[in-house]
Ligand binder design. Structure first.
Ligand code: ADP
Ligand code: GLC
Length: 479
């Protein structure tokens, strides 16, 4: 099958969260399974320097965007056999310090930037000589693509457009903008209705995608059920219920070529399920790096996250207040909400040698925390899939997760299956419930045999993309 993916971020080219990991790995795995794959994404700042093999293609975009015409270049990179990246080079939109914003504020022209991007996606899907059969778009940034394609098929003679699949990685981000932005799509005004892109008078890009895509997937089976309820539906549960027969939950995989513990260039020492000596060394190095007391017998709880409401870091702060009297340490790598950043910095100042906090984004440190920690905290309020808990399993680090979305689908608690348990789950959305789960972790830590059993179960868990790809291919097939 010939497949074109479109995403606002793709690892290793750009990343703010799991979307990049998921799309990058999906493209790779589809190509490995023998399918020709293209991925369209913006050419952000610094990419040409970081990837000097990028080539300018003989292709010029010149598209109507509202009342003006906007041009762009196309740059390409063949990353593996059968896998081509298509970068949209429009410096005024994409050569900026951030992907979506800067200094904590979204760019004011995000509607314009991503409507333009969506027009480029539809244009490429239509005119690429290899004629993609499937166009797989991701999240709100590409939400208007189905409408653009449908209109071109209806009114502009685009025969046999590709089947469109939309994946919702996070329903909390919908791309809502003042309705005046709809004019930038150059679609007839009568297409702006509550059945399509209109949401309480505003333009809602994700809603347009959900209404228009032939298949909708989301990144775990449990989240697929959750988003059809009022509690998790973020105002779109009605539409999602209407489209339920087209909605499928497909759990993300893990790119084990990137996330592994043997010969990983980011780690100070390698290890495996058969020989965990290197993990002890990773823990020692992590304690030293964060100026914590270097002591192999004190359990380290780690966390790498966007500091967004979704991630429940207020629960973590509350639970830590309760728990730091015990013999334990905590390390965090995160960035996001300023208030949350300050709260963790203050905690680190109050508990020197016991709490270490690094603000910012650091891929290598993310690996070192996954490897050097004994437990990994993920108290998310909601979690479409979550990748870090799966990375933790492979790194022999025991996840403590809230029973929601993909966290529930990937982690096994002793209550569910004592022989297969690989993590600790809690249900209540409260600091106290998390603290109780952390106390269970401390008890587990004292039981060397049981701890080893959890680790072995976790490290043996397999979330390979090769399996995931089969599920996507099934939804890609013509219906
Ligand atoms: P989300 O996409 O909601 O942020 P996921 O668990 O799916 O959550 O994916 C998060 C990804 O982003 C992981 O690969 C994680 O390691 C990475 N990540 C998050 N915050 C940081 C950070 N501050 N530094 C480095 N990597 C980070
Ligand atoms: C989103 C979700 C996260 C998911 C990721 C990749 O960012 O918040 O749960 O793992 O997308 O699908």
């Amino acid at each position: 099958m010939r497949i074109l993916l479109a995403s606002s971020e793709v690892y290793p080219f750009s990343k703010t969260g799991g979307l990049a990991d998921a799309v990058g790995a999906l493209g790779k795995a589809l190509a490995k399974a023998g399918h020709p794959v293209g991925i369209i994404t913006p050419l952000y700042r610094g990419l040409r320097e970081r990837f000097p093999k990028l080539q300018k293609a003989d292709w010029q975009f010149d598209l109507l965007l509202g009342l003006k015409r906007v041009g762009a270049e196309l740059w390409t990179l063949e990353v593996a056999e059968g896998l081509t990246l298509y970068f949209i080079h429009q410096p005024a939109y994409f050569d900026r310090a951030g992907l979506y914003g800067d200094n904590g504020a979204d760019y004011g022209d995000n509607a314009e930037r991503f409507i333009f991007f969506d027009k480029c996606v539809a244009h490429l899907a239509r005119f690429l000589p290899w004629r993609p059969e499937v166009l797989h778009v991701h999240d709100w940034h590409t939400g208007l693509v189905p409408m653009l394609v449908a209109h071109q098929a209806r009114a502009e003679g685009w025969t046999q457009p590709p089947k469109i699949c939309l994946t919702i990685h996070n329903l909390a981000y919908q791309g809502c903008f003042p309705r005046s932005n709809f004019a930038l799509t150059n679609l007839p005004g009568n297409l702006f209705t509550p059945e399509t892109a209109e949401f309480y008078g505003q333009l809602n890009c994700l809603k347009a995608g959900i209404a228009g895509a032939e298949v909708i997937t989301t990144v775990s089976p449990r989240y697929a059920r959750e988003i059809t309820t009022q509690e998790f539906g973020a105002g779109l549960d009605g539409l999602l219920r209407k489209r339920q027969s087209a909605l499928v939950g497909i759990l993300n995989g893990v790119d084990y070529e990137e996330w592994h513990t043997t010969a990983n260039p980011y780690l100070p020492a390698g290890y495996s399920a058969a020989n965990l000596a290197g993990k002890v060394e990773c823990k020692r190095a992590l304690q030293a790096e964060f100026a914590l007391a270097v002591n192999p017998t004190v359990p380290v709880f780690g966390c790498v996250t966007r500091l967004a409401d979704q991630k429940g870091m207020d629960l973590a702060l509350g639970a830590l207040e309760e728990m730091l009297a015990a013999e334990m340490q905590f390390v965090l790598l995160g960035s996001g909400a300023a208030e949350c950043e300050r709260a963790f910095q203050a905690l680190a100042q109050r508990f020197p040698g016991q709490v270490g906090v690094r603000l910012g984004y650091d891929q290598a440190l993310a690996h070192r925390i996954e490897a050097g920690s004994d437990f990994y905290l993920m108290p998310s309020r909601f979690e479409p899939c979550g990748l870090n808990q799966m990375y933790s399993l492979r790194y022999g680090t025991i996840p403590i997760v809230r029973r929601t979305g993909g966290l529930d689908d990937t982690i096994v608690d002793a209550v569910e299956d004592p022989a297969a348990a690989n993590g600790i789950k809690f249900s209540d959305c409260s600091a106290h419930a998390l603290a109780r789960a952390m106390r269970k972790a401390l008890a587990l830590y004292q039981d060397a045999a049981l701890l080893a059993q959890y680790r072995q179960c976790g490290m043996a868990a397999e979330f390979s993309w090769d399996q995931v790809v089969k599920q996507y291919l099934a939804v890609y097939r013509p219906s």
